[in-house]
Design a protein around this ligand. Structure first.
Ligand SMILES: Cc1cc2nc3c(=O)[nH]c(=O)nc-3n(C[C@H](O)[C@H](O)[C@H](O)COP(=O)(O)OP(=O)(O)OC[C@H]3O[C@@H](n4cnc5c(N)ncnc54)[C@H](O)[C@@H]3O)c2cc1C
Length: 528
């Protein structure tokens, strides 16, 4: 029926993604937010944190390279934990025309979908707090109809979900049936997997402890050792899960599907990245309505940083008591502090003198968006409506994609918007086998996250022992929106403490700085 439509093919570069600033002022903070009644208005939150600092000892600006969630969070925490930054100007450089980095949306046939970082765990407190503070509406997902594909057939499927608008009891029944189906195939391994993930989360939550009980860390190793998570970066996920008592079928099927979806890699990734990936399959996941990039945009706006869009930094030169940053527009900036908030692995920034960091490869994920109709024959089925809405795949050489998921269904027959992840580009010939009809296709090649390999090695947070910081070294532990925020918060505290700003601030108003965890507990109190 749709085969005579001429397919539209687009190679989308990040520049084409619809990411950028919008005016949030018109959005109602309470309209669609999770726990909307318990929000702290942004202005009040900022004023609670404001500290009046004396002028900083060094001259120059505080410069952040990268307008993604890590750079934006660094800017936010720096300005939240101090009032004047000792008189220094905060500059954020973003080489693209929009902020957000690996958070961005893509427009397919008029509809906007997350193209990069798309889901956020309910216990990611920084991200949740950011969304609340910025008055961003959020949405949560429903149960997926998962099918595990081995290249020939679906070796496992959850139950087809009830129609939209079904009654509460029908949805409950569906979720109960799914639990029984999973239990029948994977047995007690499911509970063991859950225990493994909950233990990781319990330790990760220590990063939200109050500042009086949470040190400022100078290395990623220290951060992880303090939480008890370091050991997980020394061994593979598979080794960890076998030790935790999971059976091989669960690892080869369910766990593999999840690591391939979330990190495009097998269960040989390091244990911590693997545990974070597994947490991304829990219930209660959420996203910002209109795109998660708004978290970065909102934080940058709130921090009042001077944003240099389309200004990439080409070189960083140590000039003694400051750094000279030279941008691709030929401008030079004197910065007493420089924060690199982007992975350095595929960048050509020249450091003088050179810096030395362990080699790290980025895993490329090709995100392919198709508006069309899947070909049931490709999956050995008779009808497109029998194809599960989330197809996960096993780690087998002949399977060309990691996953295919339905983003939206349209009223015309079996027409839908699909997102596919793969390790290599999916060319037209292959897509024409997978799809019976294709109206529009958009491809994005992401340098998505580190290629994880236990034991992980970590670049220093302080790259030169002076005032040159690297947020994205933490990505070698796990790459996610929240890990970016956690790493950024630590870097902000490290900068403040190493510039000797914090002690003066604390002397003035010791009760004013509150960690998110403290605010969280107050919030809970109010809620009760
Ligand atoms: C396909 C995909 C799916 C993902 N899914 C999830 C998910 O569901 N949930 C989740 O939590 N995470 C997910 N992630 C990971 C998450 O998106 C990233 O960990 C996070 O967004 C990284 O943020 P960042 O700010 O550290 O880096 P980036 O977002 O990469 O930001 C770095 C910024 O620096 C800029 N830059 C680079 N070099 C320069 C320069 N020389 N000068 C100036 N600017 C420069 C870049 O343009 C970029 O904007 C996913 C990632 C991808 C790619």
């Amino acid at each position: 029926m749709y085969s005579d439509h001429k397919p539209r093919n687009r190679e989308a570069d990040l520049v084409e993604l619809t990411i950028g600033f919008t005016d949030q002022s018109s959005s109602s903070p309470n309209s669609h937010c999770i726990e909307s009644g318990s929000m702290l208005p942004l202005s009040l939150f900022v004023s609670l944190l404001v500290l009046h600092l004396p002028h900083a000892s060094a001259d120059g600006d505080i410069c952040i390279i990268g307008g993604g969630i890590s750079g934006a969070s660094t800017a936010f925490f720096l300005t939240s934990y101090t009032s004047t930054l000792g008189g220094a100007q905060l500059r954020v450089f973003e080489r693209r025309q929009k902020v957000g980095g690996r958070l961005g949306t893509v427009t397919l046939a008029g509809d906007s979908f997350e193209a990069g970082g798309s889901i956020i765990h309910p216990r990611n407190l920084h991200a949740r707090r950011f969304a609340d503070l910025l008055g961003l509406a959020v949405k949560t997902g429903g149960d997926d109809w998962l099918g595990i594909w081995d290249g020939k057939s679906f070796v496992f499927q959850t139950a087809r979900p009830p129609p939209v608008g079904s009654s509460w009891w029908r949805r409950k029944l569906h979720s109960l049936v799914n639990s029984l189906l999973l239990l029948r195939r994977y047995g007690l391994s499911l509970l063991k997997m859950d225990k493994f993930v909950q233990e990781m989360l319990r330790r990760f939550m220590l990063f939200y402890n109050g500042m009086e009980s949470r040190p400022v860390f100078a290395t990623v190793e220290e951060m992880l050792q303090w939480t008890g998570l370091y050991g997980l970066t020394r061994r593979t996920l598979e080794e960890e899960l076998l030790d935790a008592g999971l059976n091989t079928r669960t690892i080869a099927e369910l766990v593999t599907v999840i690591t391939r979806i979330n990190y495009g890699q097998s269960t040989h990734i390091s244990g911590l990245a693997g545990a974070v990936s597994l947490a991304g399959s829990e219930s209660g996941l959420w996203a910002v309505k209109g795109g998660n990039w708004q978290l970065a945009a909102g934080l940058l706006k709130t921090s009042n940083a001077t944003l240099h869009l389309q200004e990439g930094i080409d070189s960083i030169t140590d000039a003694g008591d400051h750094y000279v940053l030279r941008s691709n527009s030929g401008s030079e900036y004197e910065c007493m502090v420089t924060v690199v908030a982007t992975p350095l692995d595929e960048l050509n920034i020249t450091f003088s003198p050179p810096i030395s960091i362990p080699p790290r490869k980025m895993q490329h994920t090709h995100a392919t968006f198709v508006r069309g109709i899947l070909n049931p024959g490709y999956f050995g089925l008779n009808s497109a409506s029998d194809i599960p809405e989330l197809i996960g795949t096993l780690e087998l050489p002949d399977i060309p994609f990691s996953c295919i998921s339905v983003l939206k269904r349209y009223s015309e027959g079996d027409m839908a918007a699909y997102k596919m992840f793969s390790r290599a580009k999916l060319d037209d010939g292959l897509l024409d086998q997978i799809f019976r009809a294709r109206i529009e296709t958009i491809r994005i090649n992401w340098a998505a996250y580190p290629h994880y390999q236990a034991p992980e090695e970590f670049a220093p947070i302080v790259l030169d022992g002076k005032q040159l910081y690297y947020v994205n070294t933490f990505e070698s532990a796990a790459s996610a929106i929240e890990t970016g925020a956690v790493a950024a918060e630590n870097v902000a505290r490290l900068i403040i403490s190493r510039l000797s700003l914090l002690p003066q601030a604390q002397q003035q108003q010791p009760h004013i700085i509150k960690s998110f965890a403290e605010q969280e507990s107050q919030r809970r109190h109010v809620d009760l």
